[in-house]
Design a protein around this ligand. Structure first.
Ligand code: PEP
Ligand code: MN
Length: 350
C-alpha cells in the first residue's frame, strides 16, 4: 500500500481528483482528513496500474509506501491519535477511561449494585458478559439476551455505557441494540467473519489481543475491522500465554508503547485476565497507567467468592474504589486524568 500525502491546504477538488485517479487505476482510496493535512491510503491486493504520476497532480506533496503489513491503523497513515466518543466520554484523549464490572452478567441486583459502586468510584463504562466464551462447555455460558436486558436496565440506573462481548457474526445486530462498545474476546481475535461483521457495525469495538497473538497480528485484526468501514477500534492488552505459571497470563506491558508508536488507535489494559489473581491487579493496573494506557478494564464483583465466572480475579467493590483513588496521582504524573469519585450522597468531588 502507498499513501498519498496531500499538501496542507489542498482543496476539496484536488483531493477528489486524486481519489478518482486512484480508483481509475483499480485501487481503493481511503482518505484520512487529519488536522494538518489529508492523507489518502491506496489499497489493493495487487498493483493494477502504476501510480507514480499521482505525485505530479496538483495539491499532492508526496507519495510514500507503507512498509508494514497493517495500513489503515498505522500511525504513518494517520499521525493524530484516534479518539472514540462513547456515551459522552472520549477514549484515546486526555482522560484514562476505566471500564469495570463483573465478568458475566449474573443478576439484575448484582449488575446494578456493581455499576453504582464503580460509577461512584469514577468508572465510565460498565462491563458484563451476556454471551461468555468459556473454556469448558460445562461452565456458565451467560444469560444471553436476558443479560443484555439487565445491562440496559443498569445503564438506565447509572448512566454508565455498556461494553459486552459478541461471540458470533449472527449476534452482532442483537448486541448492537444494547451495547455502546462491542467486545471481541481474546479467543475470537482471529475470527475473521466476526471481525468483518463488527466492521460493518456502527459501534466502537473493543478488540482484545489473543493469548497467543503478536502485536502485529492484533493490528492486522484491527485492520479487518477498519477495512470493513468501522474506524472505531479500541485495542486491549490482556496478557499472553507464556511459560510462567504464577499468573494466569503474562501482561505484555511493552505492548502499550509498541502499539502507541505503531498505531493511532487507543489501547487499554485488562489487569484482571492478565494476572488472574485479585492481589496482583492494583500493581499491574498502576503499571498500565504509567506505561501510557488509555484505559483499563477491570473485573469487579460485590461477592467475588460467589461469582459465576472469574471470581478469583475480581476486585471487591471497596478494593476497586481504593484502586481508583491510588491511580489518580499516577495518571496526573503522566499528564492524564481519571474521572473523580462521587462521594456517597453527594455530587462528584473535584
Ligand atoms: C472477559 O473479558 O471476560 C474475557 C473473556 O476476556 P478475554 O477474551 O480477554 O479472555
Ligand atoms: Mn472474565
Amino acid at each position: 500500500m502507498m499513501i498519498v500525502i496531500m499538501k496542507r491546504g489542498a482543496s476539496v477538488s484536488e483531493i477528489g481528483c486524486v481519489i478518482r485517479e486512484i480508483e481509475t487505476g483499480g485501487f481503493k482510496a481511503r482518505p484520512s482528513h487529519g488536522a494538518r493535512q489529508t492523507v489518502i491510503g491506496v489499497l489493493g491486493a495487487k498493483q493494477t496500474a502504476p501510480l507514480e504520476h499521482i505525485s505530479e497532480l496538483p495539491g499532492v506533496e508526496k507519495i510514500t509506501p507503507i512498509s508494514t503489513s497493517f495500513k489503515l491503523v498505522n500511525r504513518e497513515f494517520q499521525p493524530e491519535a484516534t479518539v472514540i466518543r462513547v456515551n459522552g466520554t472520549s477514549v484515546g484523549g486526555e482522560e484514562i477511561v476505566v471500564m469495570a464490572g463483573p465478568c458475566s452478567v449474573e443478576s439484575r441486583e448484582i449488575q446494578i449494585a456493581t455499576a453504582r459502586a464503580v460509577r461512584d468510584a469514577g468508572a465510565r463504562v460498565m462491563r458484563g458478559g451476556a454471551f461468555k466464551p468459556r473454556t469448558s462447555p460445562y461452565s456458565f455460558q451467560g444469560l444471553g439476551q436476558e443479560g443484555l436486558e439487565i445491562l440496559r436496565e443498569a445503564k438506565r440506573e447509572t448512566g454508565l455505557a455498556i461494553v459486552t462481548e459478541v461471540m458470533s457474526p449472527e449476534l452482532v445486530p442483537l448486541v448492537c441494540e444494547y451495547a455502546d462498545i462491542l467486545q471481541v474476546g481474546a479467543r475470537n481475535m482471529q475470527n475473521y467473519t466476526l471481525l468483518e461483521a463488527v466492521g460493518r457495525a456502527r459501534k466502537p469495538v473493543l478488540l482484545k489481543r489473543g493469548m497467543m497473538s503478536t502485536v502485529e497480528e492484533l493490528l492486522l485484526s484491527a485492520e479487518y475491522v477498519f477495512s470493513n468501514g468501522n474506524h472505531q477500534v479500541i485495542l486491549c492488552e490482556r496478557g499472553i500465554r507464556t511459560f510462567e505459571r504464577a499468573t494466569r497470563n503474562t501482561l505484555d506491558i511493552s505492548a502499550v508503547p509498541v502499539i502507541k508508536q505503531s498505531s493511532h488507535l487507543p489501547v487499554i489494559v485488562d489487569p484482571s485476565h492478565a494476572t488472574g489473581i485479585r492481589d496482583y491487579i492494583p500493581a499491574v493496573a498502576k503499571a498500565a497507567v504509567a506505561a501510557g494506557a488509555d484505559g483499563l478494564i477491570i473485573e469487579v464483583h460485590p461477592a467475588p467468592e460467589k461469582a459465576l465466572c472469574d471470581g478469583e480475579q475480581s476486585l471487591f467493590l471497596e478494593g476497586f474504589t481504593k484502586l481508583m483513588d491510588e491511580l489518580r496521582p499516577i495518571a496526573a504524573a503522566v499528564g492524564r486524568r481519571i474521572a473523580p469519585a462521587r462521594h456517597p450522597g453527594g455530587a462528584p468531588s473535584g
